[in-house]
Design a protein around this ligand. Structure first.
Ligand code: PMT
Length: 398
């Protein structure tokens, strides 16, 4: 049985596609899964608790309290689940999920969960196309959730377009693939640096750069999805993850990043340095805010430790991956870093390529090894992370 013993928590919100969840539950159970169902109060208008409970062989909850006064423990339910499936996920529930609203049992359970979350949105086509929905789906993807895109077809409104919840067979297949995809990095420890570093000038100002941490967090999510134990050391970044395989350490300066990296480097099997580390830091940090008394100000900078170069020097078993962010002579500079820092491969992104590098959710990379240069088209950072890890796995298996 393809889903034998897997615990699937299905959270239904109020959309016409809710009736399709009956078929989905039947399919999950047939494949050997255990299913539990939660629903919002508006979902109750679309599908009956009795049917869902009969099919799932479990009570179905929509409230924090049952009729007999017992408390429905959302934390326990969240921890029970191997995955949570939000389906159908309305624009309203999606928006509450990504903005931390927690006014019903479904949302409280979602927020207590540490397991992978799948979202199957369902709404009218204009709602699906609305910038707020697009942004919310992007945010959900940034959290590391798996989006099961809505499909094209006839909608409850009578209109036709993209917005229908994916068919139960499609959802079931995606979840089956997730559980059966080989966890190719199980047992491996992957150390990742991400984000910028901030080098203090005084208590108010710092030297920093535009890195958002998106690239590093995407790699961390993907490595964790492949079963790795991930140590993610990030400079200041608003990126988040609550993946159970990722341990995040937040640092500010290059020196702090250096210290944290070498607490974990020795045991790492793979180390990936995607952080944009400041090469220089002010020699002295002013204790008080610097006043603007003079016409010009000189700040003496000193070199920061090169974290990646030190990793290269201390390399034992680690497969070591660097990044190169270039603006000119890209390949030549990246190859220079590959050699100088004793790397196994380097990921080159150029600020001359539109959509590549800092901040945005896309990147365009070349992967360079001692003997090869492999170019990839512009992709989302989530997809770029997959390319990078697949390439690393191929190199390790060589
Ligand atoms: O965070 P995002 O907004 O998603 O942007 C992603 C990114 C553009 C920051 C990322 O893709 C990237 O290119 N990261 C490396 C940026 C960089 O600092 O490149 P570099 O060519 O200056 O450094 C070369 C390598 O040495 C990098 O792996 C860097 O992490 C490492 N390094 C650099 C200096 C230093 N003191 N210590 C280091 O470890």
């Amino acid at each position: 049985m393809k889903l034998h013993g897997k615990r699937i928590l299905i959270c239904i919100s109020g959309g016409i596609a809710a009736y399709k969840i009956n078929y989905l539950i039947r399919d999950f159970i047939k494949k050997g899964a255990e299913a539990q169902v939660l629903m919002t109060s508006s979902a109750e208008q679309f599908v009956s608790k009795l049917t869902l409970s009969t099919l799932s062989k479990n009570p179905v909850y929509s409230d924090f309290y049952s009729d007999n006064g017992t408390w429905n423990n959302h934390v326990e339910l969240a921890l029970w689940a191997d995955i949570i499936l939000m389906a159908p996920c309305t624009a309203n529930t999606l928006s509450k999920m990504v903005h931390g609203m927690c006014d019903n049992l479904v949302l409280a359970t979602y927020m207590s969960a540490k397991c992978p979350v799948f979202i199957a949105p369902a709404m009218d086509l204009d709602m699906y196309q609305h910038p707020s929905t697009k942004l919310n789906l992007e945010l959900a993807e940034d959290f590391g959730h798996h989006i099961i895109p809505a499909e094209d077809g006839e909608l409850a409104s009578g209109l036709s377009g993209v917005g229908r919840m994916a068919e139960p067979e499609t959802i079931s297949q995606i979840i089956e693939d997730f559980f059966n995809s080989d966890k190719s990095l199980t047992g491996k420890t992957v150390l990742i640096t991400a984000g910028p570093t901030y080098e203090a000038i005084d208590p108010v100002r710092f030297i920093g750069n535009h890195s958002s941490g998106k690239m590093g967090f995407s790699i961390a999510e993907e490595a964790a999805n492949r079963g790795a134990n991930v140590i993610l050391i990030s400079g200041p970044s608003s990126e988040l993850s609550n993946h159970q395989n990722i341990e995040i350490f937040r640092v500010t300066s290059a020196k702090e990043m250096f210290t944290k990296v070498f607490e974990y480097y020795e045991n790492a099997d793979i180390a990936i340095a995607s952080a944009a580390v400041a090469d220089y830091a002010p020699k002295e940090i002013a204790q008080e805010k610097i006043k603007k008394s003079e016409d010009s100000l000189t700040i003496k900078l000193v070199k920061n430790p090169d974290i990646l170069k030190t990793m290269g020097e201390r390399k034992t078993k680690q497969f070591l991956v660097g990044f190169a962010l270039e603006t000119q002579n890209e390949e030549e500079n990246a190859k220079g870093k590959l050699q100088k820092k004793n790397l196994d491969m380097i990921v080159l992104n150029s600020l001359r390529d539109e959509g590549a590098g800092f901040k945005g959710s896309t990147n365009k990379i070349k992967i360079i090894t001692e003997s090869t240069v492999t170019e990839f088209p512009l992709k989302s950072k989530t997809e770029v992370a997959k390319d990078i890890l697949t390439f690393i796995e191929e190199q390790i298996l060589k």
